[in-house]
Design a protein around this ligand. Structure first.
Ligand SMILES: Cc1cc2nc3c(=O)[nH]c(=O)nc-3n(C[C@H](O)[C@H](O)[C@H](O)COP(=O)(O)O)c2cc1C
Length: 203
């Protein structure tokens, strides 16, 4: 590996279990500053973040996500026990993550193309940019000794989340970012090497 950045990228893992130690507000702010250096279309800054700190809001968020997911799982006849297991796990993750951020997309700087195809492409550009901002957070978190992962569930219940967290207008909920310090003895899993020709071709 050529240097520190490559090593940080290579060693990042989704880690879903944390030590109880809290994550300071200063670190959260540093991570958001770094998130906001991501490349974005039209020199925009289409990312917004909610730091969910109060127990009441966490509970409201967990309730909103639980109700929406239960309805989705019931609609495809998921066995009751499995529904309960999934919802219990998700609730624990949301309630116990030492730092919980909701990443939102703000499209107010997107161009209005008056044409569905172009509007979708325009939106896609902003969504890609959010991915870059989130990767910044996950990578920078490692520099602060933190680990974490993303949860995509908010994309499936945006209205319920908007209400639960009383989001400003124009903030579209996308992902949860869950962060914390690793548990003692934590070792990242090894990652299987890729076959380069599966991912790269020459023309
Ligand atoms: C768009 C997106 C959504 C994800 N949603 C979840 C999720 O809901 N729950 C979860 O545990 N992990 C989630 N992940 C993390 C992936 O499971 C993880 O990145 C993948 O297994 C590869 O592992 P790695 O990040 O350690 O390389 C998500 C990742 C992305 C990029």
């Amino acid at each position: 590996m050529p240097g520190d950045v490559s090593r940080a990228i290579d060693s990042r893992r989704s880690v879903r279990h944390f030590d109880d130690e809290p994550v300071s507000r200063d670190i959260v702010e540093d991570l958001i500053r770094l998130a906001c250096t991501a490349p974005a279309p039209h020199h925009s800054r289409p990312w917004r973040f909610v730091h969910v700190t109060s127990d009441e809001r966490r509970e409201a968020l967990a309730d909103a996500m639980s109700d929406a997911w239960r309805a989705d799982l019931d609609a495809v006849d998921t066995p009751v026990r499995e529904v309960d297991r999934l919802l219990r796990r998700s609730r624990t993750q949301i309630e116990e993550a030492p730092a919980l951020l909701l990443a939102c997309l703000a499209l107010d700087e997107a161009k209005d193309w008056q044409d569905d195809g172009r509007e979708q492409s325009e939106r896609d550009m902003f969504v890609q940019s959010l991915g870059a901002a989130l990767q910044n957070i996950l990578l920078a978190a490692g520099d602060f000794g933190l680990v974490g992962y993303l949860k995509g569930a908010p994309l499936f219940c945006t209205d319920a989340i908007r209400t639960a967290l009383d989001l400003p207008s124009g903030w579209e909920p996308t992902f949860l970012v869950l962060l914390g310090y690793p548990q003692p003895g934590f070792e990242p899993d090894s990652r299987p090497a890729i076959e380069i020709t599966d991912f790269l071709i020459d023309r």
